[in-house]
Design a protein around this ligand. Structure first.
Ligand SMILES: Nc1ncnc2c1ncn2[C@@H]1O[C@H](COP(=O)(O)OP(=O)(O)OP(=O)(O)O)[C@@H](O)[C@H]1O
Ligand SMILES: [Mg+2]
Length: 410
């Protein structure tokens, strides 16, 4: 492997699935996917770790395969964080910088950011990111980058992304137990947005909705910046569970019905019954009943998203519409349902335009992992050193008891 390249890793720790995208980055900053994998998650509840051994074991197992594909050992990664504690808060700060001739420096920017953030975010929250929205100099607003400009009073409007500290800490502990340093924690939907949105969409106004297993997150972009972020603690697994309860069937059969027979187009002509199972053991369900259950849950979830968009004042104000990602977005014709529910144009978002073996992960459920790798390529430093180390081949997979032993002391 050539040494002028660096390597980055995106690690999506979901409730139902864990996914990784390993990419090489060339000198122009272009990515080529060199390894990827997905596997079942464990020990996660509504997007946050419920124990450490579950996600650690799932990451370790899944990553092993991705590492073998790429031929590199992943020591550090950009990692997704999720759950309804992940929120955005708009804040403001103001500092005096001296006389009118004073030129705004990097230190001034850090100081005004500090004023905008400290004291505004509760102590039990970790600040994940501060997105500067606008600066003002001596009352003159609309400035995107005041560096080098003159003024005596500097104001900043920002969007602060935060999560409850225990959730962030436990996620870091879980990845550390799988031998991966969580270099940065990025909200899942922000990572998804990185992978599927164009700069033009972000400039004009667009929302990404990541429809996962147990969470549905929304991120709104306008003027190129993240304007709003919110997470609804329900997802596509709720549909499966509702079907299992109402039809009195096991979750596996409910999942099969959802994936094979349910569509987001509730007005189309379809057969009146759904038949499933082997001959002799066949089960027959009224389509009307199935659709009622699915539609009720979709109404609830996207109704909550609509409420959030309304609070953020982006309800019916998205010129570039909505882009759907996540495994839940694989429901056939879901775009038609969401178009009606949110009264906006809707597309399914897949990560595109990367080199290497990327065509295999051009799927809505890989948007988060790919977006994390893209962000790591843009901002990352440590992952370069960490992932660059060629492995001793073949890599000794950790003994199956490794994780168990590690956690026996917990
Ligand atoms: N073909 C399909 N049709 C409908 N739903 C599907 C399909 N394939 C997967 N799903 C659903 O997608 C969900 C999993 O999505 P995803 O992998 O994005 O979740 P996750 O990231 O693990 O969860 P979360 O983000 O909530 O923590 C499951 O509920 C699954 O049933
Ligand atoms: Mg997810």
């Amino acid at each position: 492997m050539d040494n002028d390249k660096r390597f980055v890793t995106g690690l999506d720790v979901g409730t139902e699935n864990v996914r990784a995208a390993i990419a090489s980055v060339n000198q122009n900053g272009e990515l080529a996917i060199v390894g990827y994998n997905e596997g079942k998650s464990a020990g996660m509840r509504k997007g946050v770790p419920a124990n450490l051994a579950g996600p650690a074991g799932a990451i370790d197992k899944m990553l092993g395969e991705a590492e073998r594909m790429g031929g590199y050992d992943v020591r550090s990664a950009f990692v997704s964080i999720n759950g309804s504690s992940v929120i955005s808060t708009k804040t403001e700060g103001m500092i005096a910088v001296g006389t009118v001739e004073h030129e705004i420096s990097v230190d001034d920017l850090a100081r005004v950011e500090d004023v905008a953030v400290s004291g505004r975010i509760p102590a039990n929250r970790d600040v994940l990111d501060v997105v500067p929205l606008e600066y003002a100099l001596d009352g003159q607003g609309g400035i995107k980058n005041p560096l080098g400009m003159s003024g005596a009073r500097l104001e900043m409007r920002a969007n602060v992304i935060s999560a409850l500290t225990p959730n962030a800490e436990n996620l870091k502990k879980a990845t550390a137990a799988a031998d991966v340093n969580a270099e940065r924690l990025i909200p899942s939907v922000v990572a998804a947005a990185k992978a599927v949105l164009t700069e033009r969409q972000k400039e004009n106004g667009v929302a990404v909705i990541d429809f996962g297993a147990t969470t549905t997150s929304v991120a709104v972009y306008e003027e190129g910046d993240l304007q709003y972020l919110g997470v609804v603690p329900a997802g596509s697994n709720n549909i499966t569970n509702d079907l299992a309860i109402v039809l009195a069937i096991d979750p596996e059969m409910a999942e099969e019905i959802k994936q094979r027979f349910v569509t987001g187009n509730f007005n189309s002509e379809k057969s009146a019954v759904i038949r499933i199972g082997k001959e002799g053991k066949e089960r027959v369900f009224e389509r009307k009943e199935v659709e009622e259950v699915v539609k009720a849950r979709l109404d609830e979830i996207f109704g909550e998203i609509r409420k959030k968009l309304k609070v953020a004042k982006y309800d019916q104000r998205l010129p570039e519409g909505i882009v759907l990602t996540g495994g839940g977005a694989k429901m056939r014709d879901l775009d038609l349902f969401v178009k009606d529910a949110l009264e906006a144009s809707v597309k399914i978002g897949v990560p595109k335009g990367l080199g290497g073996v990327s065509d295999s992960i051009e799927k809505p459920e890989f948007a988060v992992a790919v977006g994390l790798a893209l962000l790591a390529a843009e901002e990352g430093g440590a992952s370069e050193i960490a992932a660059k180390k060629p492995k001793k081949l073949p890599k000794l997979t950790k003994a199956p008891g490794f994780i168990k032993k590690l956690f026996s002391k917990f």
